[in-house]
Structures are given as C-alpha cells and as structure tokens.
Design a binder for this molecule. Structure first.
Ligand code: 6PG
Length: 255
C-alpha cells in the first residue's frame, strides 16, 4: 500500500478551499488523461463546504461536465427529499450550484427496499465501470468516530464482500439499512481522499492514521488503495492528536 499523504489546514475555510481544488484537479487530470472521470462522493456533513466550492470551480474552470460521472459512496434508505439523504445533501450543496448541470449522476434509490436498491445499483455499476477501466478515478470518504467509512461499519459482514460493487447492509446500532460501495471498489480506485474536520474526529483520525495493520473493528483502516493513492485532508482540530512525526510529515507536505 502507498503511504498515506496527510495534509493539514489551519482553518475550516482553508480545508474546504484546498479540498475543492484537489478534487477539481483530479477531475481535470482524469478527463485530460482518459477522456472522462468517474468519481464517488461521500455523504455526511464534513464535505458540504468543499462541495459548494467545487461547484464554483467546475463552473469557473469550465470543466466538461459531460465527461464526469458521479456515483455515491453510500446512501441512507430514505427518499431524496429526506434531510438524511446523502443524494439530497449533494444535490443541495453541489449539483444545484451548477447552472444547467450536465453531470451524469448515478444515485442510489434510497426510496426503495434496501435489497432492491442495492441489486439495482450493483448492476448499474457493473455496466458503468468497464467504461472507466473498471476503476473509479476518485473516491471521497468521511470517517465516523467509530472508524466507519461509507456505510462500512465495524464488525459488519459487508467488510468481507469481494464480489459485489455495492450492497445493502443493516447497521444494528442505528437500526437502519444502508446501501454502500464495497471495499474492492474503494481499494481499486486510482485515488482515495478522506476528509475530516473538527475536534470530535481527532481521536479516530489519529487511531486510523497511526494504525499499521488493517482491522475489521476499524473499517477506515481497511481502506488501502493499491496501486491507487490514499490522501487525508484535515483541519487543525481533526489533526490535533496526530503523532508529531505524522504532523511534521504533513507540515512538510503543506510547504
Ligand atoms: C454517511 C457517510 C459516512 C460519513 C461519516 C462522517 O452516510 O454518513 O457516508 O461514512 O462520511 O459518518 O460523517 P460526518 O461528515 O457527518 O462527520
């Protein structure tokens, strides 16, 4: 596995600007290199500001949206208009900020039965991936305080899934069904970017970034793209418990 590249930014605003620019750069590079871009967007609250700024960059840099396909790292099983919907958040914070957007958006049908939504999405991805050499150009991920990422939660069977690209998963402590990308999709990506901000994430960020071995009780530690790259972008609060050698490495990366 490639050594994770860790970038730390002094403020939330600096984090959002840097993340949006980094993502836009990956999109542009994919289009220039392969003619199109397949990108998985994550849900949660962390990426909201970066998504708004990314929309501005797509418009400002005239990135050819017709060449960009968007998929979702996971979805809560609710309709798009439900405040819990990851698609709903991404539509609100990203897609709606792009006038006359021609992005190809492949959403997970949160409004249907989980197994049907998962089977349908898996089939849609199986048909889509060959067009992109079988790999995402970029997968965005957040991390929960319990170490989950996408909807890959500690101790769930889906961590062992190696055939499907997407699957349903019941999350006991939430008493909720989710549909999520599986680890093979994430670890096969050309680039994976973790986004984390805020003091609450400092403990888990330090645990995952300093963890040598992959652990099923720490699903984010199972994200080990190869030959793809792994990058963490953090604000100072989320990085505040990183071991000094990691911070100095990141510091050098920022100079
Ligand atoms: C979800 C996300 C999930 C999220 C983390 C972090 O559907 O909730 O896919 O993996 O990225 O829980 O969420 P926050 O950004 O809200 O802290």
């Amino acid at each position: 596995m490639n050594i994770p590249h860790i970038s730390i930014f002094p403020t939330l605003q600096a984090f959002e600007v840097a993340a949006a620019n980094w993502i836009a750069g990956k999109m542009t590079a994919a289009i220039e290199t392969r003619g199109e871009c397949l990108m998985a967007l994550c849900g949660g609250n962390t990426p909201r500001g970066a998504y708004r700024r990314l929309a501005e960059l797509i418009v400002g840099r005239s990135i050819d949206q017709n060449r960009v396909h968007i998929i979702f790292s996971d979805e809560r099983m609710v309709p798009p208009d439900n405040p819990e919907s990851n698609y709903g958040m991404i539509r609100q914070e990203f897609i709606s900020h792009i006038p006359d957007s021609s992005l190809h958006v492949h959403r997970i049908s949160g409004e249907v039965r989980p197994d049907l939504a998962a089977t349908g999405y898996d089939h849609e991805l199986q048909a889509l991936f060959p067009q992109f050499g079988g790999r995402c150009d970029l997968v965005l991920l957040g991390v929960g305080e319990d170490g989950h990422t996408a909807s890959l939660f500690p101790g769930t069977e889906i961590l062992l899934e190696r055939a499907k690209l997407a699957s349903e998963v019941f999350v006991p402590h939430l008493d909720r069904w989710r549909v999520t990308l599986t680890l093979p999709v994430i670890n096969n990506a050309r680039a994976v970017l973790f986004l984390a901000t805020g003091k609450k994430k400092a403990g888990i960020v330090s645990e995952v970034c300093s963890n040598a071995a992959p652990r099923t009780d720490l699903p984010a530690s199972l994200v080990r793209p190869h030959p793809g790259t792994l990058t963490w972008m953090l604000d100072a609060e989320a990085a505040s418990k990183l071991a000094s050698e990691k911070s100095s490495q990141a510091g050098r990366a920022m100079q």
